[in-house]
Design a protein around this ligand. Structure first.
Ligand code: ADP
Ligand code: MG
Length: 356
């Protein structure tokens, strides 16, 4: 990453002055996936630019936006197929990403950079010279509480705005990060299993039968016994009316059938939330209906879901909330009625005029 875009980022971050609330973890308020100030850069390309959104239990969130706006990347960050460059993604009360120290005041204040800058501030306030040696613990005793708080805010802003943290920030900092991770961290494979994902191009293994495709992950990851996985897979195949295809290979299925299998495959894992990335955009028009109707059934049963879609009618019908992404930001979000009928943002108006 170049210095330039680092600075852009921190300016932006500083404007929001975002912190994750320290002890209010999301259990109890019903948030399943919490995306906190996520940035994703691919080299020079800034694909996500500080996205925050919380997906509540039972919510159906549609994500719309022009091609290249970062929709797939956002979804991939939600189940850690991509690791954000900055920011955090939480699943219930667990942090799935590495800890982003910039989001935690309690961690930032343990850094050597913070302590060094605080000492400088205090020294200059007290008119002490460069040469006056002062330890952090002694320095902060020389000023009163309010002053200390003001200086601290100033220094924290500087650190965030300038992306000032270094590789080595001292043992206390390392310990604080580790304590956070120990408290809220989670086995990533276990976490990922709770987030089902369905792709545009099905991603079935062509050399495996339908049934083998469905039980592969849960059995390989030792999340389910082969018997349990098979049992569940057969029930799901029956539900989607494809039980008779269990021993066929994907090439024998139509696109619509493949996508229904891909959805069922994700459901074998008993996910808490389902992410759909344009699940119908690779399908022939006559097959779109069967896939949307399966997704709608899941929605009606209370499944929490995030759907990237170009099917605006479907988004209107199924979603409780629609996010409009442009240039890696959530530019507008609202209920489908409001967002589609009275869009506020010019880019959204323009987008809707092309797709509706
Ligand atoms: P959308 O789904 O809204 O069309 P994407 O999230 O797929 O947008 O992509 C946003 C931008 O990020 C695009 O310019 C795309 O080329 C780029 N991009 C996505 N994934 C990668 C990657 N792994 N490496 C480099 N660039 C990527
Ligand atoms: Mg995409």
């Amino acid at each position: 990453m170049t210095e330039d875009n680092k600075n852009d980022f921190r300016d932006d971050c500083c404007k929001n002055l975002v912190y994750v609330s320290e002890d209010i973890v999301n259990t109890g308020i019903g948030v399943v996936i919490d995306v906190q100030n996520v940035y994703k850069y691919f080299g020079q390309l800034k694909v996500l630019n500080g996205i925050s959104c919380a997906i509540k239990k039972g919510e159906k969130v549609a994500v719309i936006g022009p091609s290249g706006s970062g929709k797939s990347t956002l979804l991939r960050c939600m189940n850690l197929l991509e690791e954000p460059t900055y920011g955090e993604v939480w699943l219930d009360a667990s942090i799935m990403t590495p800890v982003d120290p910039y989001l935690h005041k309690s961690i930032l204040v343990k850094s050597n950079t913070y302590k060094r800058l605080m000492i400088e501030e205090i020294k200059s306030m007290l008119g002490k010279g460069e040469k006056d040696k002062l330890k952090y613990d002694d320095a902060i005793r020389l000023v009163d509480g309010d002053t200390l708080e003001n200086l601290s805010d100033k220094v924290l802003k500087q650190i965030k705005a300038g992306d000032r943290l270094k590789k080595r920030e001292g043992i206390e900092f390392v310990k604080a990060v580790k304590a956070y991770k120990d408290r809220y961290g989670v086995n990533i494979n276990k976490a990922r299993q709770r987030v089902g994902m369905v792709f545009q191009h099905f991603n079935l293994f062509n050399n495996l039968t339908i049934l083998q495709n469905m039980i592969l992950s849960p059995v390989q990851l030792k999340l389910k016994s082969k018997e349990d996985a098979t049992d569940k897979a057969l029930k799901l195949l029956e539900r989607i009316g494809l039980l008779d295809k269990k021993d066929e290979y994907p090439s024998k299925l139509s696109g619509g059938q493949k996508q229904r299998v891909a959805i069922a495959r994700a459901l074998v894992m008993d996910p808490e939330v389902m992410l759909f990335d344009e699940p119908t955009s690779a399908l022939d028009p006559e097959m779109v209906g069967e896939v949307l109707s399966l997704i709608k059934d899941l929605a009606d049963e209370g499944m929490t879901m995030v759907i990237v879609t170009h099917e605006m009618g479907f988004a209107k019908e199924v979603a409780n909330r629609v996010l409009f992404l442009d240039g890696g930001n959530i530019v507008e979000e609202n209920t489908p009625e409001e967002l589609f009928n009275s869009p506020k943002n010019e880019r959204l108006k323009d987008f809707l005029s092309k797709v509706l």
